[in-house]
Ligand binder design. Structure first.
Ligand code: BJW
Length: 333
């Protein structure tokens, strides 16, 4: 199946046009403006000196794998705002609608393949013992890129986890990749056919208590993040100064996830933002001449505007070497 690629915006040094070519990074560097090269050089110098690194990732990481983001143009499913479906109230009011939304997303995630940024982060984890990825994504693509599981925290759960909604039942299941979960949910991905309500009897039910409705094991608005995940993130941050946080493909609007960036800054750590739209954020053009020599002393932040799937591997290259679209890499020199 062909997956639509929602990466369409142009940006100062978009690398989309070289994405399909198995290039080396030196070819990619030739496409960058001088200020972008200086920005990258300054970041590389700091990256090499960084010992403890965090990544906070969001939906933009998986955008070039064909999965829509939440906010903006991609955030509509059958004319429903994705944010309004991701609530306990929506599920309680209309479990058929919410299950069809999640069933369609389970299928899309299963069909998607990890991109170069997923592989680059997985490789960084293998190379840097004190690197941790905090993902807000529920699509499983980081895991499928072989990101070491002990260096990956799923803040918002997983599309492939299920739990019983009955107060009296504790059933939970992870890594359930069955699709569709019920025969009735097979229609959920067929956007060419009109939406049809599914009776409760046709929605996934608990195999343990046999009465409760199952729900996706994701974190909806107003719900607490899994305590062991929050604790593991807190423990990492408390264990010592985080030198650098990579903020990749996230609008940074949802808490507590977004708060990790401030916590790293308050410790004196520096920030690197990778986003297809950095908006009014500091741009690469505003960096001083001093940066061109690889100095980073006066910098607290770098911004890289463009597709994360291209920019993240390029930015991490000094530590991980070049990564191609199959996730293969050669040893850095
Ligand atoms: C690209 C790109 C490319 C595109 N390359 N970039 C403090 C202040 C204010 C409010 C709160 C607060 N603390 C808590 C709250 C309330 C609330 C909240 O944050 N509300 C805000 C909206 C204001 N938070 C919560 O309710 C959280 N729970 C909580 O705090 O509980 C407290 C509690 C304690 C004890 C008991 C009980 C309760 C829970 C938040 C759960 C969020 N859940 C969702 C749905 C998950 C399931 C699902 O997937 O369906 O998580 S909402 C949605 O937003 C999803 C995402 O993970 C999350 C973040 O979105 P993300 O990933 O940033 O996506 P986008 O679309 O916003 O941005 C994509 C970005 O990518 C954009 O910037 C693009 O430009 C960029 N991009 N293509 C690079 N190719």
């Amino acid at each position: 199946m062909t997956v639509d690629n929602p990466v369409s915006r142009s940006a100062p040094y978009q690398l989309n046009n070289v994405a399909s070519v198995p290039t080396t990074s030196s070819t990619q560097l030739e496409t960058l403006t001088p200020s972008a090269v200086a920005n990258l050089a300054s970041f590389h110098a700091y990256l090499r000196s960084s010992k403890r690194i965090l990544a906070l990732v969001g939906a933009g990481l998986s955008a070039s794998s064909g999965l829509p983001t939440f906010r903006g143009a991609g955030g509509l499913w059958r004319n429903h705002d994705a944010m309004e479906l991701a609530t306990p109230e929506a599920f309680s009011n209309d479990p058929s609608l919410v299950w069809q939304f999640y069933s369609a997303r389970r299928e899309a995630a299963l069909r998607a393949i990890p991109n170069k940024a997923h592989y680059a982060l997985a490789e960084l984890a293998r190379r840097v013992p004190e690197f941790l990825t905090l993902t807000q994504n529920v699509d499983g693509l980081s895991t499928r890129a072989n990101h070491p599981p002990n260096q990956l925290l799923h803040l918002h759960g997983s599309l492939f986890s299920l739990k019983c909604t009955s107060f009296y039942c504790d059933f939970q299941e992870e890594n359930n990749f069955t699709h569709p979960l019920t025969p009735e949910l097979a229609v959920a991905s067929e956007t060419s056919v009109p939406y049809a309500h599914i009776l409760q009897s046709g929605l996934p039910h608990c195999p343990k208590c046999r009465t409760g409705l199952l729900r996706p094991g994701v974190v909806w608005f107003g719900e607490a993040l899994p305590w062991h995940v929050v604790k593991a993130a807190d423990d990492f941050i408390s264990a010592g100064k985080v030198d650098l946080i990579l903020v990749i493909g996230t609008s940074g609007m949802v808490y507590p996830a977004a708060g990790y960036v401030d916590r790293v800054r308050m410790q004196g750590g520096k920030v690197a933002v990778f986003n297809i739209d950095v908006g009014d954020d500091e741009s690469e053009d505003s960096f001083s001449e001093a940066d061109s020599s690889g100095s980073y002393t006066n910098r607290t932040k770098w911004t890289f505007e463009g597709d994360a799937a291209e920019l993240v591997p390029l930015a991490l290259e000094p530590l991980i070497g070049p990564v191609n679209s199959n996730g293969e890499r050669s040893t850095p020199s």
